[in-house]
Design a protein around this ligand. Sequence first.
Ligand code: FES
Ligand SMILES: [Fe+2]
Length: 424
Amino acid sequence: MTRFPRPAEGTWTEHHPELGTGPVSFEDSTSPAFYERERAAIFERAWLNVGRVEQLPRNGSYFTKNLPGLRTSVIVARNPDGRVRAFHNVCRHRGNKLVWEGTPRDETCGRARQFVCKYHGWRYDLDGACTYVHQPGEFFDLPEDGLGLAPIHSDIFAGFIFVNLARELRQTLRDYLGPMVGALEGYPFDAMTERYSFRAENDSNWKVFIDAFQEYYHVPPLHTHQLGPTPEAQNPEYEFEGAHYQLDGPHRLVTTSGTHKHHWPAEHLYPAEALTRSGSTGPWDAPDLGETLPGVNPSGISRWGIDNFQVFPNLEILIYERGWFVTYRYWPTSHNTHVFEGDLHFVPAKNARERLAHEYAALTFKEYGLQDCGTLDGTQMGLEQGAFDSFFLNDQEILVRHFHKTVGEWVDAFDRAQPGSPKR
Ligand code: FES
Ligand SMILES: [Fe+2]
């Protein structure tokens, strides 16, 4: 059986002595108090992905994005100069939610010259400046300026729009992303504009679900059918495995390898896969994306399958060898609930066959997702039962170990920096 080489000596984990190899506590996934600290220490300070530039195709385009659990809605808009800006979605007059359609809880998007508050009619331009106050003479000492929307730090990397809720930035987006994720600059994400979106409210801590996607140790037992419908198809020749792990600051990468299904003998496939030429690793026929694809497969694996870039804290970008990509985002809403968003992106179909291949990949994604989601509340219940203080992680679970350590470090550093902290 082909095993891809681990680091020259030892294991993946032992190459990072700071991680240790001992059992790990998951109290960070069960404690309401820790959840509150985590929100302030991580989600109100880290760069968070809220969308893609393709959602703002023209000057004046805008969308709103709810950040569940953060009690925040953001307006992201492209101003008349083409610059993307982000604001708190709150009217300066009496705090009404400014931009919404349907109900204030729904997200919306569109194109506008200005935003008009539905309550008393104040108006704002796409740079957030207040341009109209209804009956201004009725107010007392209304300042000439300072009536604009509250801006939020925003920046763009490789077409991904990020915001940072901190009042004062500690790091630029590019510095924050570091060299491993930064190497994706120039990857043709912008060619993949046919999008399929899924959203789920899950009964588990957000980290419990992330943990399910940062190891492939669970694949043979949990996703048995995706490995192939016959025992022959599950032989080592077709083995799917986590072949490369990489850490960079708070971010992580796992690269998988395996024989792609389009190379399999037809008798090892589901009939629908052979018919649609698509399946769990996506459409078999890859679009032409050019010769060099920056940033992907950094370890040079010959049977490269998927790169899963895990951008701290809550974004994953999965780039498939077959020329499509998926993003996952996780928004904690309490210590034991979160909202999951999954988006699939393809080069737009040029004909019905390609469209069918995309649709079938999306369908298979949902089946996979349900299998992964299916264990979540069971894991959460088990952890909350408190039967064990710590748990054993193997070498393939190195990213789980790194993730929980990073979360703990961010929370500890934040606590230490608080005025009055005994650790300060
Ligand atoms: S709250 Fe927006 S105009 Fe009054
Ligand atoms: Fe899975």
